[in-house]
Design a protein. Sequence first.
Length: 193
Amino acid sequence: MKKKKKLGMTIGIAAILLGLGTWFWLGKWMTDGQKPMANGSNEYAIILGAKVNGEAPSLTLRFRLEEALAYAESYPDVKFILSGGQGPDEDIAEGEAMRRYLTENGVKEDRLLLETESTSTYENILFSKKLLPEEVNEITIITSDFHLARARMIAESFNLKTDALPAKTPKSVEARHHVRERLALIKTVVVGK
């Protein structure tokens, strides 16, 4: 009986240590996904969509768009693919909400390409790639800091080399997004999406 109890404790401790190790390893992977930082060398940047409240970008999407605006100003030759479809609780597609926000803030329409069908990060990258000229295989990905590792892993599966432009994550959703993203990273490693 004592041996069984001791074995059970050993297995339990090992499981906890494995879980903690995996948690921290995934966190490091998420942080490492933010490098190298974009420097304007790629002609195209994909802005990944996030929730739209009615027709207005959520705070998460607004933070991504603010990064994109600053980047657009610093690198006037970069073109942007605005990637995101319309969810059942959104009045317009995320790509369209991004287009409105960017043009209202001075980005010229001829620098913007719309992708408004995607419903996941995998589809964001897949459908956006179809909008790229055939010879382009290096892009910048603009999304929330926690999201970059997975987005870049998916892009790599489509033979796209990437650099990163991380947007901060709103404090109100940071903990939830970090937990969910760790699980999503594991799923992407296992099934490729």
